[in-house]
Design a protein around this ligand. Structure first.
Ligand SMILES: *Cc1c(COP(=O)(O)O)cnc(C)c1O
Length: 493
């Protein structure tokens, strides 16, 4: 009963007598209600996962309107049986799903989900732990501490580097930018958490012309502006040019944040970290940040690590677990060498929050307070892979990308525009933008694989990103065949 609307109750501050009983509508055995919908969901999930090698990869775009209509029914007064809600949801959603976690999805930089990571994520949902604080859920906190420590060592960060679990690389970049902003302004005598940015010493952000847009968004959100910084020219692979970085750094004064990237989102190329470090360290007050949303994982392979450079030298770095570590959405990681700045930026205190002075409270390392226990899937992914398995998975992605690039390049109408140093290949057809676009369109319509389009240094290209753990040589061959078939059909059309 709506208390305020009750005519007997003009004064809503006095609780009206109500006809509702405390357990009105509560099932007799509420916890027995999980079994059927969860068992059904597990069955449906397994059917979906086992269909991944064979199902059409892209969602059917013609289904979008139908899906909206199917889902946008009026909400009934009476609730429905949970199991049939789940079964119907799965049936309705199916044609609108993309096999992003399948073996022939090469779009954006997506990645699949490892069995152990997905299963741990189910448990994280079932346990429903609010992972923000240590005291209420020491298990969630312990998983983050363990997984974080493994990652610091595996990726070669300085011992003691702090790790924050975020929703993705965008928020990991944001977390790092908030820490960087705190620290360079603190050194300039300004308390940005207390006094904000109005009247603060100007902070100069230095990034390359090919900085990822989410990095620019992070700068915008922390009030440093998306357009105000200095941009450094890149070379033909999209790497920051050292001569131009020197020129830019010479122009700076006062607090400086230099944001580089390991893994250009198109070419996969790495900014030359080891050469950049000494240039940044010459400045009196500078912070060096790395956006390594996917490229950072190269450091987990002893063979590929030299590409990344010495990560122990950086002040902060962002990456995604939901890309190349193949955990489910959503998990990003913010690594910050000295934790004081990130805690200054993220900490809060309130009388009702149990302070745990001896323990690490996860919310001091990321923007959110209440949040999902993301440490569990990361922990399970790493344990199920082991060191060798992680390195193999990363190396395999690179090997598949090179293999596909080589096979495609054997056709005289195909040109690979980048040096395939990592898991990214840029493929151009007939040296022609329109033909390239048409091949991308036909490949997506065909459904054998999914790859997107891009523009690389003025030239249209198809972008192949191999980030899933499950792509085999047979998948690579099947995909190459489908791409060449689309090329020949496009040429004939
Ligand atoms: C994907 C990506 C991001 C953004 O990551 P989200 O997880 O989507 O927030 C940032 N930088 C680079 C280089 C990326 O590839």
């Amino acid at each position: 009963m709506d208390v305020a609307a009750d005519p007997r109750n003009e004064d809503a501050s006095v609780l009206a007598p109500t006809d509702a009983r405390p357990d009105a509508g509560l099932p007799a055995e509420p916890f027995a209600g999980y079994r059927k919908p969860l068992a059904r969901a597990a069955e449906l999930a397994l059917e979906y996962l086992e269909s991944l090698p064979d199902r059409r990869v892209g969602a059917d775009p013609a289904m979008a309107e139908h899906l909206r209509a199917q889902m946008s029914r009026p909400l009934a007064e009476a609730g429905e049986d949970p199991e049939s809600v789940i079964a119907e949801l799965a049936a309705t959603a199916d044609p609108g799903l993309t096999a992003m976690n399948g073996p022939r999805y090469f779009g954006f930089v997506i990645g699949g989900t490892l069995p152990a990571a997905l299963a741990a994520d189910w448990l994280a949902s079932a346990w429903d732990q609010n992972a923000g604080m240590h005291i209420p859920t020491p298990a969630a906190a312990a998983a983050e501490i363990a997984a974080g420590a493994w990652l610091v060592e595996l990726l070669g960060f300085a011992p003691g580097t702090s790790v924050g679990f975020t929703t993705g690389a965008t928020t990991a970049n944001l977390t790092c930018m908030a820490a960087a902003r705190h620290e360079v302004l603190r050194r300039a005598g300004w308390d940005v958490e207390a006094d904000g940015l109005q009247g603060a010493p100007a902070v100069t952000v230095v990034a390359s012309d090919e900085v990822h847009p989410s990095m620019v968004k992070a700068m915008r959100i922390v009030g440093l502006g998306g357009r105000t910084g200095l941009r450094v020219a890149v070379d033909d692979q999209g790497r920051m040019r050292l001569d131009d970085l020197r020129r830019a750094l010479d122009l700076t004064f006062g607090p400086v944040i230099v944001a580089i990237q390991l893994g250009n989102v198109n070419s996969g190329a790495f900014d030359p970290l080891d050469e950049i470090v000494p240039l940044v360290r010459e400045l009196p007050n500078a912070w060096l940040h790395v956006d390594g949303a996917f490229g950072l994982w190269a450091a987990a392979s002893p063979r590929l690590r030299p590409l990344a450079g010495r990560l122990s030298e950086v002040d902060s770095a962002a990456t995604d677990a939901h890309k190349w570590l193949n955990t489910p959405y959503d998990t990003g990681l913010a690594f910050i060498r000295n934790e004081a700045p990130v805690r200054a930026a993220m900490s809060i205190a309130a009388a009702y929050l149990p302070a745990s002075p001896a323990e690490r409270d996860p919310f001091e390392y990321a923007p959110e307070m209440s949040r999902r226990a993301r440490g569990f899937p990361v922990y399970a992914a790493l344990r199920s892979l082991g060191r060798r398995g992680l390195a193999d998975m990363i190396e395999r992605g690179c090997a598949v990308a090179s293999f596909m690039a080589e096979r495609l390049a054997a056709d005289p109408a195909v040109r690979i525009l980048n040096d395939v140093v990592l898991n990214q290949a840029l493929v151009r057809f007939g040296d022609d933008d329109a033909l390239t676009q048409e091949v991308v369109r036909r490949v997506q319509a065909d459904g054998t694989l999914w790859a997107g389009g891009t523009v690389w240094h003025g030239l249209g290209a198809m972008r192949i990103s191999v980030s899933g753990w499950s792509t085999s040589e047979a998948d690579a061959l099947q995909s190459v065949d489908a791409i060449l078939r689309a090329l020949h059909e496009a040429k004939q059309a």
